[in-house]
Design a protein around this ligand. Structure first.
Ligand SMILES: *[C@@H]1O[C@H](CO)[C@@H](O)[C@H](O)[C@H]1NC(C)=O
Ligand SMILES: *[C@@H]1O[C@H](CO)[C@@H](O)[C@H](O)[C@H]1NC(C)=O
Ligand SMILES: *[C@@H]1O[C@H](CO)[C@@H](O)[C@H](O)[C@H]1NC(C)=O
Ligand SMILES: *[C@@H]1O[C@H](CO)[C@@H](O)[C@H](O)[C@H]1NC(C)=O
Ligand SMILES: *[C@@H]1O[C@H](CO)[C@@H](O)[C@H](O)[C@H]1NC(C)=O
Length: 634
């Protein structure tokens, strides 16, 4: 087979220069004074990037050895831009409580809450990177509560059945059954900072799914009141303590009925949380999910030449109405218990249109290797297999004969299955649940006929996929009978494979991460690993504003139409004469790991919960408008 590589050496030098420059920027960032703790960095692996640009080309350790990457790839552009974004973010780091308080006032338009100094001391004592923007999620979750009376919030919270409470630094829980693992973990998380906390009652969502969708118009009203209430109260007028909840304990509130309802489908309930002019609010509501999904193989909306450039947009069901037929959450969730009532409810993840208050997920606090991946984070990059692995249950909702073609995990597994792709390429079978990139949109070597013989065009994509893909379900989770792991309606399209512990998966370089029934609980472990997470999701989590796509992980569209382009960029297509960017992948994998070890630690979750509960306790206090931390002069 002929390798069609004959570009001039100059071109190659130029690319090396760009790559070297890219990593120099990355390195500078790692070694700025604020990043004094680089102990955990795999420094030897990164060191060769510090060679002056042009002196030595980064070695291409695997795929397409001797081949060169395509020049001016859109992903090069996206990565370069992302590095500029993280630079700007890190320039905002604060190192003393006065600067942190000023950053708070600048960003939030209020005085920081009482005990802010204790919070800052805790964060600093635990070597946290303190950038005010890292806490944005707290403010988007809690802001609307400024629009409802404090008394209403604390009374609803106090009455809610599943509840974690802090009184004088003691943490207790209440729920309906003896043991709820998540409740115990969250209680432990809160307990770890409770000695500094004011009294709070935290209603807890004990289900997987997020549960509150308040109509957008109602939330907008609360947000207007929130904006109107913003004021930097002068120091001398501040009330600097919390009243506590003893009064409430002495006079238990009226019963509060959250009015949860189990009636679906979910999409019509969810879209009321979207802005009136959004695509989702205007979309036709689908009811028949038995047909092939609405995919056209074109670039995803808002993408940059096919790749995710606005992660918020890519994740947004409000902006992507097609998601109603492409994600199990909307097609048919396992269960629905939804309410339109606005009240405080804490949970581990939510959709952009939900109104829960996010905590770091309980499964990120556990040591259970099923979620945490255990103590091993994988072998050195260069010892890994140059491919992608995915193992998981076919979860996402209640998949049935009449709707399974719309589920995201089924779709992903089929799209990286060489056999099903080959049948699609040859026309043997029109894909049931996915679409290949149409009309050469991604300029894929395997699809553009740039292989040696044009007759090999058919099947070229499948042949190439086979060289890097290893994806399989471990259970088909069919409805109504989830046992055994097989079932008639999906058996001919998927083979069930044995489950594989995370540490075995780390033997592969690329780790796609796809939503299950809600968010994927292994994401944190993937970030901590020496492999590269490739992430698609519609869920929000506590850490979103501290992770930058293309710097710490690779973002993927929920249609997965970009998966082939992503993999060609990273692993190349040796058969078609296209080199990969192994070093770029390694840089993101190792950079993401080093970053996780700085900002996703248990200590960082404590810092987040500490800040969140100071803010929440203030919201529950009748004098919240004048409460704040008094900064002693000097
Ligand atoms: C921070 O560390 C100092 C010195 O060890 C200690 O006195 C203080 O109690 C700690 N504060 C917090 C909130 O962790
Ligand atoms: C906190 O817990 C301790 C030990 O269980 C107990 O002695 C104390 O009375 C508790 N305080 C409150 C306010 O509940
Ligand atoms: C990204 O998309 C979101 C959601 O549609 C939008 O609000 C935001 O302005 C976009 N950001 C940029 C930089 O375009
Ligand atoms: C691909 O291009 C052909 C010819 O231009 C056009 O007829 C067809 O609709 C296109 N397909 C898609 C999915 O856009
Ligand atoms: C790949 O697809 C073929 C054809 O649909 C199917 O028979 C096979 O079981 C699939 N493999 C996996 C791992 O799901």
């Amino acid at each position: 087979m002929a390798l069609l590589v004959s570009s001039p050496p100059l071109n190659r030098r130029f690319m090396s220069l760009i790559i070297a420059a890219l990593f120099l920027i990355g390195l500078l960032w790692f070694f700025t004074p604020s990043f004094d703790s680089v102990r955990h960095l795999d420094v030897p692996a990164l060191l060769h990037y510090s060679d002056p640009p042009g002196v030595s080309a980064p070695p291409s350790s695997s795929a397409g050895s001797g081949l060169q990457p395509k020049p001016n790839h859109p992903i090069d552009h996206l990565i370069r831009r992302a590095y500029a974004d993280i630079d700007a973010l890190l320039a905002k780091e604060t190192h003393d409580v006065h600067a942190a308080a000023q950053a708070y006032r600048d960003r939030r338009g209020r005085q920081p809450p009482p005990h802010f100094d204790a919070w800052f001391a805790f964060a600093q004592n635990h070597s946290a990177v303190i950038v005010e923007d890292f806490f944005d999620q707290i403010y988007s979750d809690t802001a609307p509560f400024w629009g409802v009376p404090a008394r209403q919030i604390r009374e609803q919270a106090n009455d809610f059945l599943h509840r974690i409470s802090v009184r004088d630094g003691n943490v207790t829980q209440r729920t309906d059954i003896d043991e709820r693992a998540w409740m115990n973990l969250w209680q432990d998380m809160v307990q770890s900072v409770a000695q500094w906390l004011p009294d709070v009652d935290m209603p807890i969502n004990v289900m997987d799914e997020s549960r509150i969708v308040v109509p957008w118009e109602e939330i907008d009203g609360y947000m207007q009141r929130e904006r109107a209430s913003r004021i930097i109260v002068p120091q001398e007028e501040l009330k600097t303590y919390y009243d506590g909840l003893k009064g409430l304990d002495r006079n238990p509130p009226e019963k509060f009925d959250a009015e949860f309802s189990g009636m679906g489908p979910y999409w019509p309930l969810a879209v009321v949380g979207c802005p009136p002019e959004s695509a989702a609010r205007k979309a036709y509501i689908e009811t028949d999910f038995s047909t092939a999904p609405p995919l056209d193989g074109q670039y995803p909306k808002g993408s940059y030449e096919g790749y995710v450039q606005n992660w918020t947009l890519a994740k947004s069901p409000c902006d992507n109405a097609a998601l109603q037929g492409l994600h199990g959450t909307f097609v048919e969730p396992i269960s629905i218990a939804n309410t339109k009532k606005f009240f405080p409810l804490f949970g581990g993840s939510k959709l952009p249109m939900n109104n829960e208050i996010l905590l770091p997920p309980a499964m990120y606090w556990t040591d259970d290797p099923f979620y945490s991946g255990g103590k091993e984070h994988g072998q050195p990059w260069d010892e890994k297999r140059n491919g992608l692995i995915w193992r998981g249950a076919a979860s996402g909702g209640r998949n049935k004969e009449s709707n399974w073609k719309r589920f995201q995990r089924h779709r992903f597994v089929a799209m990286v299955n060489a056999t099903s792709v080959e049948m699609a390429e040859t026309g043997e079978q029109t894909p049931l649940n996915f679409a290949l990139p149409a009309n050469d949109t991604y300029d894929l070597a395997a699809l553009t006929g740039s292989t040696a013989h044009s007759s090999s065009k058919f099947g070229a994509l499948a042949k190439w996929i086979k060289t890097w893909s290893n994806a399989a379900v471990v259970h088909l989770l069919c409805f109504p009978d989830p046992n055994p792991p097989h079932c008639a309606y999906t058996d001919s399209y998927f083979s069930v494979s044995r489950a594989m512990p995370m540490k075995e998966q780390y033997a592969y370089k690329y780790l796609p991460d796809i939503d299950g029934n809600s968010f994927s609980g292994r994401y944190r472990a993937f970030l901590y690993s020496t492999s590269l997470p490739v992430k698609a999701t519609i869920y929000e989590e506590w850490h979103d504003s501290r992770l930058v796509p293309w710097v710490h992980f690779v973002p993927m569209d929920h249609t997965f139409v970009d998966i082939y382009g992503l993999m060609e960029y990273f692993v190349g297509n040796g058969d078609a004469g296209v080199g990969g960017h192994d070093d770029v992948a390694k840089g993101i994998a190792m950079g993401g790991k080093a970053w996780a070890e700085k900002v996703l630690r248990r200590e960082d979750m404590q810092v987040y919960v500490f800040r969140l509960l100071l803010e929440y306790a203030r919201l529950c206090d009748d004098e919240r408008e004048v409460m704040g931390w008094r900064e002693e002069p000097g």
